[in-house]
Design a protein around this ligand. Structure first.
Ligand SMILES: Cc1cc2nc3c(=O)[nH]c(=O)nc-3n(C[C@H](O)[C@H](O)[C@H](O)COP(=O)(O)OP(=O)(O)OC[C@H]3O[C@@H](n4cnc5c(N)ncnc54)[C@H](O)[C@@H]3O)c2cc1C
Length: 479
């Protein structure tokens, strides 16, 4: 059965991969000339890679890890020491670590918190642990119910001191969602904390050994094409064409460079575009349907990813760092963390600037200058004095609409992969799955979509598509 998938981000590629496993023929149609969507990367004229985002993989990403295994590329993840490392703004240049010992969960995470003496007092630790109890005991249902509160409101309701927020959770919220604790839904942080508390290696971090486009997306494309599928770049979906009964008749693909638009037909259609372009493209009759109207409650959040190459080594740390800077979120010296970007003499810092709403319209020069000013606090030894580090070059990648903005109340707007339209499905990290707006969420969503298609239309029955009917869509998607 031919399945047309719009979007070659991780969700679209994962959907195609699992469809080929089920014996279907997916054709992925990507608007840009690069694979990966939010994990896309490019090589500059010097041969240096720059990326849409600094991407960390976690031990608590079972579907991503399984996918890498199935592709035979799990050795491309470079696992780091089991620790979380934070800068200390009040002591410039110093770090505070949460070292996670190799003992069963949740004792390993609890031990890491108890052993950290820099960031929390005993009273704060105990209050936070007590506050977290309902999430641990009552599980995911409680976590979902907390979507009505921002994480800051939730902390206050649990009687947790504000310093815990400023010390630990501003950094965590910015890293996970690119917004601050007063804006982010409590469900997000509680979901991540639950995973970290329940899985021994859940909070262990890995980096890919090169660019995601080359090291992760290309192997997915090879897998898909070897099994009869296709991935086409420069094939932007312009319009979803409908039959008189409201089902999809075809995808109208915009002709580039003066070429004519083309109608692409298949047996089943998937949107693996992010939510913002999908909303723009919804056919008029669908806009009346509650399922699609809910998408109006979702929109992408702005974020900026910077790459700064310096004339010297700024640090030997081979890990993700939480900057705890008002301007920046996480960063890493990719010359240490990533095999393909390795350089023993010079640092390449990759930094996420978030929240980015006040910066997204500014020039690259302004953004780089503000970031360098922050680096003076993170690396005072290299930016003060007579011989400060010299910036050799930089790349700034702005994404005005990235993952869905995870403010309180968004869970109810996240759609199931199965839609009320008989031959139309959704994939994307914004769709309902338990891993939120992440790479794991994208891969899982694609897998769920492929499963739903295969269940509705087993390959043996694929000639019988015209009789397809669909029960009302549900949010039943779970990992
Ligand atoms: C700065 C940054 C840092 C991040 N850090 C992490 C991290 O450390 N860990 C983590 O797990 N996640 C991280 N993420 C999130 C992660 O990248 C995303 O959740 C995931 O990649 C989303 O995949 P997706 O396939 O759902 O959507 P997208 O990647 O948005 O894919 C959608 C695709 O659809 C295509 N498309 C759009 N319109 C059309 C059209 N008209 N026709 C055809 N195609 C179209 C797009 O070009 C794109 O390729 C980060 C994201 C960013 C931006």
């Amino acid at each position: 059965m031919r399945v047309a998938i719009a979007g070659a981000g991780l969700a679209g590629l994962s959907c195609a991969k699992y469809l080929t496993d089920a014996g279907h023929t997916p054709i992925v149609l990507e608007s840009r000339d690069v694979l990966g969507g939010l994990v896309a990367a490019w090589k500059d004229s010097d041969g240096d890679w720059y990326e849409t985002g600094l991407h960390a993989f976690f031990g608590a990403y079972p579907n991503m890890l399984q996918l890498l295994k199935e592709l035979g590329i799990e050795d491309r993840l470079q696992w780091k020491e089991h620790t979380l490392i934070f800068n200390q703004p009040d002591k410039p240049g110093t770090l505070s670590r949460f070292d996670v010992p190799d003992i069963p969960s949740p004792f390993n995470v609890i031990a890491s918190i108890l052993r950290n003496k820099d960031m929390l007092t005993w009273e704060q630790k105990i209050r936070f642990a007590v506050g977290l109890l309902p999430a641990v005991i009552r599980g995911q249902k409680y976590v979902e119910d907390m979507d009505k509160y921002s994480f800051l409101e939730w902390l206050k309701r649990q009687g947790v001191d504000e310093r815990v927020t400023s010390d630990v959770f501003i950094a965590a919220c910015k890293a996970l969602t690119f917004i601050n604790p007063d804006e982010v839904s409590a469900t997000i942080l509680l979901t991540a904390l639950n995973r970290f508390l329940q899985e021994r290696y859940g909070s262990k971090i890995a980096f890919l050994d090169g660019s995601p486009t080359e090291r992760l997306c290309s192997p997915m494309v090879d897998y898909i094409t070897k099994r009869g599928g296709e991935v086409q770049l420069n094939a932007p979906l312009k319009e979803i064409l409908l039959n008189t009964d409201g089902t999809v008749k075809g995808y109208l693909i915009r002709g580039l460079n003066g070429a004519e638009d083309e109608v692409f037909t298949a047996d089943v259609y998937v949107s693996a575009m992010s939510v913002d372009p999908l909303k723009v493209m919804l056919p008029k009759p669908w806009k009346q349907m509650e399922f699609f109207q809910k998408l109006e409650g979702l929109e992408g959040v702005p974020v900026i990813n910077l790459h700064l190459w310096f004339d010297r080594k700024l640090t030997e740390i081979d890990h993700l760092l939480f900057s705890r800077s008002p301007l920046l979120s996480v960063y890493a010296d990719m010359s240490n963390t990533c095999r393909e970007y390795a350089n023993p003499n010079r640092s390449m810092l990759e930094l996420v600037l978030a929240p980015a709403k006040d910066w997204i319209a500014k020039s690259d020069e302004e953004i780089v200058a503000a970031t360098i000013a922050e680096l003076e606090k993170l690396f005072p030894d290299h930016f003060g004095g007579d011989n400060p580090a010299t910036l050799l070059k930089s790349h700034v990648v702005k994404t005005p609409r990235s993952v869905y903005k995870a403010t309180p109340g968004r869970q109810q707007y996240r759609p199931a992969q199965v839609t009320p339209i008989g031959n139309f499905y959704l994939a994307g990290s914004y769709t309902m799955q338990r891993y939120l707006g992440s790479m794991e969420g994208a891969v899982l969503s694609g897998k769920l979509t492929a499963q739903a298609i295969s269940e509705a239309l087993p390959v043996a029955n694929s000639s019988n598509l015209q009789t397809l009917t669909r029960p009302p869509a549900t949010n039943a998607a779970t990992a």
